[in-house]
Each structure stands twice: as structure tokens, then as C-alpha cells.
Design a binder for this molecule. Structure first.
Ligand SMILES: NC(=O)c1ccc[n+]([C@@H]2O[C@H](COP(=O)([O-])OP(=O)(O)OC[C@H]3O[C@@H](n4cnc5c(N)ncnc54)[C@H](OP(=O)(O)O)[C@@H]3O)[C@@H](O)[C@H]2O)c1
Length: 186
């Protein structure tokens, strides 16, 4: 293959615009997302959805959320934010000490892997710091109110358009929930 042809290949495969910054979260009607550093519910189809959306991509999380996962998630670049310079993640994690470092690393990983999206996966502190910067939100809206201790920040629905909605019912818990994709209005 000539160098020219290789260049053509690159033009076909590289993302042509900036890497999209998105977040993914499952929240109750009162915006509760966690209790005692755990999810407030067990919804297997939501975990499958999370896996589908995030697989192959760079995911950015706070150290507390990483503690709740206990291990890096396979087939994803796990970027963990901590202010503790001595904190060491297990093999399979990339540790960063600021939001700027997390986003720069996530973007460069995405470009190297020909991915056009990176995902913020929580928790509450990290959502609060990134909400103003994301252009897409994958929200699982769970029809329940939970008296938990971690909450998604308040957000203005007028700034977002619903791109897709998929409704679900979990027989084991009796919970209704929806996978909703929101894109920021221009
Ligand atoms: N429902 C969902 O979709 C969902 C998703 C994810 C998490 N959760 C829930 O959310 C809860 C955890 O949320 P959380 O707010 O307590 O913790 P978190 O956001 O996961 O992590 C907070 C930690 O991240 C680090 N950090 C935050 N900002 C930083 C910055 N600018 N630079 C460097 N490091 C920074 C600090 O770690 P150090 O203390 O080490 O410095 C901080 O203590 C849990 O209940 C979890 O189950 C729910």
C-alpha cells in the first residue's frame, strides 16, 4: 500500500469532529442515584444497557464509584479520578488527579481507538462537575423515590431534547423504568 492510500484510509476512519462527551446514569424520580455507595436497585437489563453503551470506550469515574465497582470494567479504559496522590488503582485502571487530566486522557484514548464518544459514569460528585460540559445524557429513569445519599445534580430539561425513549418493566422488583437519550439543544 502506498503512503497516499494509507492516508486515504485514515481519512475514512478517524473521527471527523471533536470526541463527544456523554454521561450515563440511572436515577430515581427524586434524582437519587445511590445509597451506602451502592446502586439503590438491581435491574439486570439496565446493567446490560450500561455495558452496551460503554463497551470499547473510555469511562471516567470518581474513586468512590470505583470502590463500589471493586474492579476495572472489562473492555473499557477505566479512568479513575482521585485527589489522593498516593492512591494506586489495580492493573486496568488509569489514575488521574483532576477533571482536566481525566477528560484529556479520555479524549486521547478515544481518538487512538477510533471512538467518537467518551462516557462519564459517575458518581454524584463527578456528574456535578461535568454536567455543563456533556452534550449527551443516557439516563435510565426509574419510577421510584429513594431515600438515598447520592443524587444527580438538578438539570434544566428545557436545554435538552429527547432523542430516544425505550420503556421497560422489571418483574422481580415491579419497577417501571425508561432508557432515555437526551441531546443538548444547540
Ligand atoms: N445510579 C448510577 O448510575 C450511579 C453511577 C455511579 C455511581 N453511583 C453512586 O454514586 C455514589 C458515589 O458518588 P460520590 O459523589 O459519593 O462519589 P464519586 O463521584 O464516585 O467520587 C468522588 C471522589 O472522586 C474524586 N474526585 C472528585 N472530584 C475530583 C477532582 N476534580 N479531581 C480529582 N479527584 C476528584 C475524589 O476521590 P478521593 O476522595 O480519592 O480524593 C472524591 O472523593 C455511590 O452511591 C454510587 O453507587 C450511581
Amino acid at each position: 500500500m502506498t503512503t497516499e492510500a494509507m492516508d486515504d484510509d485514515l481519512h475514512d476512519t478517524l473521527p471527523d469532529d471533536n470526541v463527544k462527551l456523554s454521561l450515563i446514569v440511572a436515577m430515581a424520580s427524586n434524582r437519587c442515584i445511590g445509597i451506602n455507595n451502592m446502586l439503590p436497585w438491581r435491574l439486570p437489563a439496565d446493567l446490560q444497557y450500561f455495558k452496551r453503551v460503554t463497551s470499547g470506550k473510555a469511562i471516567v469515574m470518581g474513586r468512590t464509584t470505583f470502590d463500589s465497582l471493586k474492579r476495572p470494567l472489562p473492555n473499557r479504559t477505566n479512568i479513575v479520578m482521585t485527589r489522593d496522590p498516593n492512591w494506586e488503582g489495580p492493573i486496568g485502571t488509569r489514575v488521574v488527579h483532576s477533571l482536566e487530566a481525566a477528560l484529556a486522557l479520555a479524549e486521547s484514548v478515544a481518538v487512538c481507538n477510533y471512538q467518537d464518544e467518551v462516557l462519564i459514569i459517575g458518581g454524584a460528585e463527578i456528574y456535578a462537575q461535568t454536567l455543563s460540559q456533556v452534550s449527551r445524557m443516557y439516563i435510565t429513569e426509574v419510577d421510584t423515590v429513594v431515600n438515598g445519599d447520592a443524587f444527580f445534580p438538578e438539570w434544566d430539561a428545557n436545554e435538552w431534547g429527547k432523542t430516544s425513549v425505550e420503556t421497560h418493566f422489571d418483574e422481580a422488583t415491579g419497577l417501571n423504568y425508561r432508557f432515555v437519550v437526551y441531546d443538548r439543544k444547540l
